[in-house]
Design a protein around this ligand. Structure first.
Ligand code: PLP
Length: 373
């Protein structure tokens, strides 16, 4: 069996039958000519199918170990696509601390009566079981969660979901198939915002769904075409290019994150560190509270204040006012997302520069931490 790193590099290479290009060309076309009246080629129209997009779908399906993938225009389009598998008014059980956009979409559809949504703490298995006691069509998992990086035991929770007759979906955006393969742990579909680690260069917004089962994959393809959720060929080309270096990037991201976690654990300006021991997303609270946030941020040079994550460049985000601003305050409080929480997406710059940068910014915030004690 070929190593996944080899598959990520080689999937789809030399697939161009005309010129034998090593790197598959981009097919920038809206439509494809019919060979003759009444006969259709492999492709007819760009919403229904595109060779560049198909290469990316196939590569992602290989890496996640699924029967097939669907590449979507955004990560939220991927979430929307999976929700088409739930009948009108069907029940969805989801984590209470999932990505703000997913939470907003599920809450919005619930408000319109299109879904019946129960948000639960998925670390609390009795709470998950109680939620699943009501007939459920979809169990949504996001692990590690955004932004507190709480781990869900996918195998156990997926087993509970399947036993209750629910389809199990796992958002694997934060770890990528290099570090976690939810289909092997019992999930039926895996969701990605490919905007993040899979593309890895912060120059594309995209998404994907990979299904374990060919029938589910076919149903997803049908809905993606029907609703027009599909990703663009140029974005697919860039994402496939990004995917080639996924394994190397993840290695560097993780090594840098570990060096940073070590600093955070020892610096007195930090109150609490959230790092699940895997991946390169880290969040922490400042001992100086909300007042220390701008002081710390102003001291950073190598971390850009920006949304998103998973790119080669290091970013810092303030979830309460950025990624999770669409959650109301009470929901954020229940999820544990306070105004003193910061989230780092650790890039692949030199570890010593990142550590020195954070050290200097934390030193600036230290007087506020001392005053708060
Ligand atoms: N899922 C997770 C875990 C995310 O962090 C995000 C975006 O931040 C999404 C889904 C949505 O992806 P996109 O922004 O590409 O629509």
């Amino acid at each position: 069996m070929t190593h996944p790193a080899t598959r990520a590099v080689r999937s789809g290479l030399v697939s161009d039958r005309h010129h034998h290009a090593v790197v598959p060309p981009i097919h920038l076309t809206a439509n494809f000519a019919f060979p003759a009246f009444g006969t259709k080629g492999r492709y007819d129209y760009g919403r229904s199918g595109n060779p560049t997009r198909d290469l990316l779908s196939a590569a992602l399906a290989e890496l996640e170990g699924g029967a097939g993938g669907v590449v979507t225009a955004t990560g939220m389009a991927a979430v929307t696509l999976v929700l088409q598998l739930v009948p009108a008014g069907g029940r969805v059980v989801a984590p209470h601390d999932c990505y703000g956009g997913t939470h907003r979409l599920l809450s919005g559809l619930a408000r319109r009566g299109l879904l019946d949504v129960a948000f639960v703490d998925q670390r609390d298995l009795p709470e998950v079981e109680a939620a699943l006691a009501v007939p459920t069509r979809l169990l949504w998992i996001e692990s590690p969660s955004n932004p507190l990086l709480r781990l869900t035991d996918i195998e156990t929770v997926a087993r509970l979901g399947r036993a209750a007759g629910a389809l199990v979906a796992a958002d694997n955006t934060f770890l990528s198939p290099v570090l976690q393969r939810p289909l092997e742990s019992g999930a039926d579909v895996v969701v990605h915002s490919t905007t993040k680690y899979l593309n890895g260069h912060s120059d594309v917004v995209g998404g994907a769904v990979v299904a374990k089962d060919a029938t589910v994959h076919q149903e997803l393809c049908w809905w993606a075409n029907c609703l027009g959720l599909v990703g663009a060929p140029f974005d697919s080309f860039l994402t496939l290019r990004g995917l080639r270096t996924l394994h190397v990037r993840i290695r560097e991201h993780v090594a840098n994150a570990r060096a940073i976690v070590d600093l955070l654990h020892h610096h007195p300006a930090v109150r609490e560190v959230h790092y699940p021991g895997i991946g390169a997303m880290v969040s922490f609270t400042l001992a100086g509270g909300v007042e220390a946030v701008p002081v710390f941020l102003d001291g950073l040079q190598h971390f850009t204040l920006a949304e998103s994550l998973g790119g080669v460049e290091s970013l810092v985000a303030h979830p309460a006012t950025m990624t999770h601003a669409s959650m109301d305050e009470e929901t954020r409080r229940r999820a544990g997302i306070g105004g003193d929480l910061l989230r780092l997406s650790v890039g692949i710059e030199a570890a010593e520069d990142l550590v020195a940068d954070l050290h200097a910014a934390l030193d600036r915030a230290l007087p506020l931490a001392t005053a708060a004690r």
